[in-house]
Design a protein. Structure first.
Length: 252
């Protein structure tokens, strides 16, 4: 399987054999986009902070899954297929560390009515429809199928802060961290940038985790103070630990 986290409307797309690598790029890209568009150089009051927190936690993340084996079968049957998927170049250190693949469109093979802004999957579907009307890609919702198997699937989901914390652990355990995916100075640079962006979200209390209020660790008097709005006690129940090395999500 090949995994990808961006839109499919560019001439070249980076994919990875690792779902963890795709998730890494999906989350870090959204964090940067959110901070750049909503926080930097913006006036933020209490009301806007709550709105941003709501938007951030309701965001639907997106990754794509490509059936590389099925694509190879399709390519073997139709050698003039306009979609080209190149396998990992093991001499490329960054591509090797990211378990990367590259997909592109051969412009000499596309239909005359294809537009440059069309997605790769649309160009592929239109080409098959024009050249082989009886053997086409079937679209059903966010899936494209061929020969009754899924060729490409769009997967969207939301995550709570607690789930983001768990995901961070899984990413680290599976090597999906900036200093490994970018085995040069760029990895260190990205780690600093991601940590800075997430610190901004945490400091504005846009991304944070409330500790569950169980009586086994929360004193009854603290519960009473929290109910009555004692801000010092409330703050003490928020997870505001500093980010550790190679962490862009705070976790316990």
């Amino acid at each position: 399987m090949g995994w990808q986290m961006a839109l499919l409307s560019t001439s070249y797309l980076d994919w990875s054999y690792s779902v963890y690598v795709a998730l890494y790029f999906a989350f870090t890209s959204y964090i940067k986009q959110f901070v750049d568009e909503n926080i930097l150089d913006q006036h933020i009051d209490l009301c806007k902070m709550h709105c941003l927190r709501d938007d951030f936690n309701k965001h639907k993340y997106c990754i794509y899954r490509l059936n590389k084996t099925l694509y190879d079968e399709l390519k073997n049957q139709y050698p003039k297929l306009p979609l080209i998927v190149s396998d990992t170049d093991h001499k490329n250190e960054r591509m090797e560390s990211q378990q990367g693949l590259l997909s592109s469109i051969d412009s000499t093979k596309v239909n005359d009515n294809a537009k440059i802004q069309d997605s790769q999957i649309k160009i592929l579907a239109d080409w098959l429809q024009s050249n082989n009307p009886d053997d086409f890609l079937k679209q059903s919702g966010d899936k494209y199928s061929w020969n009754n198997e899924t060729l490409l699937e769009k997967i969207t989901f939301k995550l709570s802060q607690r789930d983001r914390n768990d995901l961070q652990k899984y990413l680290k355990e599976n090597g999906a961290i900036s200093t490994k995916l970018f085995p040069d100075f760029e990895g260190l640079k990205k780690n600093i940038e991601f940590s800075k962006d997430y610190n901004i979200l945490r400091d504005w209390e846009i991304a944070y985790q409330e500790a569950p209020l169980h009586s086994d660790f929360t004193a009854p008097e603290d519960l009473s103070k929290m109910v009555n709005g004692n801000q010092n006690v409330i703050n003490s129940r928020l997870n505001t630990d500093n980010l550790g090395e190679e962490e862009f999500f705070p976790f316990q």
